[in-house]
Design a protein around this ligand. Sequence first.
Ligand SMILES: Nc1ncnc2c1ncn2[C@@H]1O[C@H](COP(=O)(O)OP(=O)(O)OP(=O)(O)O)[C@@H](O)[C@H]1O
Ligand SMILES: [Mg+2]
Length: 274
Amino acid sequence: MASTKPSIERLPTGVPGFDKLIQGGIPRGFFVAVVGEPGTGKTIFSIHFIAEGIRQGDKNIYVTTEETRESIIKQAAMFGFDFEKAIDDGKLVIIDALMGRHDDPWSLTELDVETLVNKIIEAKRYLGYGRARLVIDSMSAFWLDKPAMARRYSYYVKRILARWDFTALLTSQYAVTTSLGFGFGIEHVADGIIRFRKAVVRGELRRYVIIEKMRQTEHSLRMHEIEIRDGVGMRVKAPTQLRKEDTALPQSVAAKMLAAELQKLLEVPLGDEE
Ligand SMILES: Nc1ncnc2c1ncn2[C@@H]1O[C@H](COP(=O)(O)OP(=O)(O)OP(=O)(O)O)[C@@H](O)[C@H]1O
Ligand SMILES: [Mg+2]
């Protein structure tokens, strides 16, 4: 029987090897959580997503809370992406939420979700009509002192910004000590979850990515190794032999979760040979 398949517009991420794991890209209008421990590649993945948006003529907004605007521009330049030119050309706004400078129109003087949302809408109006990409790096910065608000804040951000034709990446940190409190706000509200991980294998730091959720998508269930190289950026390498079930955090007891986090840092994943 012939069935009519809904056609879904997908936005390529610009990370070589990644888009084929999600049937070509992130569905337009999705809010996707990008989670992982420090240094696993969340910011670099987000930079690729914006660089691809610039290339495709999308409107692009990058909110940075833990690095300055200059730091993001510099990191992008290391991979050959000219964010400064994109800003000058009116294709990109980088909202700096770290420096809190009053003399900078694209700066957040308060880490408050309402201020954030208003500034993003102002940036979208400035960039003009059309398909837009948004990165909020990181979302967890907005509930540092009130983690219980994570879910409500995430919902608020999505509800307001959903009307503005954004396809969004919202990053969130996990660390051994904070994994219990962070991230869960976004993950429930998100249309997708992309998780970055790291492990030391035979004395070498390896990084991985796994798609834990992507609505309306037959996505890969495999953990894939990634590589970040100077002058090039991120790319997805071969899948590992691990499946999602092997790596998902146990949900029952908090202590178990903590143990799993610790184990991840110490243990060698199976079959990661290329
Ligand atoms: N020019 C470069 N060449 C090679 N590797 C690089 C380069 N720049 C950064 N890296 C690697 O990328 C890592 C940083 O990745 P990224 O900033 O995306 O992490 P993150 O997940 O955003 O971390 P955090 O949660 O701390 O913000 C560095 O620790 C380094 O290993
Ligand atoms: Mg980062």
